[in-house]
Design a protein around this ligand. Structure first.
Ligand SMILES: [Zn+2]
Length: 113
């Protein structure tokens, strides 16, 4: 028999035999792990603890902090930032164009004569 997992195998055997309660062993095992190790174990076993949907693309995410406080995933948040920058630029152009129209000395001005 494989001896590498001597303790693990013996413990599983004793759980099987009813010597130890599963809940007791689960608690002992989880307490022995760090929070990061518990998170890693969940990831490794596709155990999803969190489920959040992105308001932008509708994709579902299973880990904490993948959807930001605005309800957007990283991709959509980056896209929203780009879009906001473009909107600011367009507003600046529009304001500039508006100024030009009000500039009497400009040939494009509505006041130019
Ligand atoms: Zn998204």
């Amino acid at each position: 028999m494989n001896d590498v997992r001597k303790y693990t195998n013996k413990l599983l055997e004793l759980i099987d035999e009813g010597m130890y309660d599963k809940d007791f062993v689960i608690n002992a095992a989880l307490n022995a792990l760090s929070e990061d190790e518990v998170a890693q174990m969940c990831r490794n076993n596709d155990m999803f603890l969190f489920q959040e949907e992105c308001d932008g693309c509708g994709d579902v995410f299973y880990y904490e902090d993948e959807v930001d406080e605005d309800g957007l995933c990283d991709n959509c948040a980056a896209f929203a930032m780009e879009q906001a920058a473009i909107n600011l630029e367009e507003e600046a152009y529009a304001a500039e164009a508006e100024e030009m129209l009000d500039d009497w000395n400009n040939v494009g001005s509505r006041h130019h004569y």
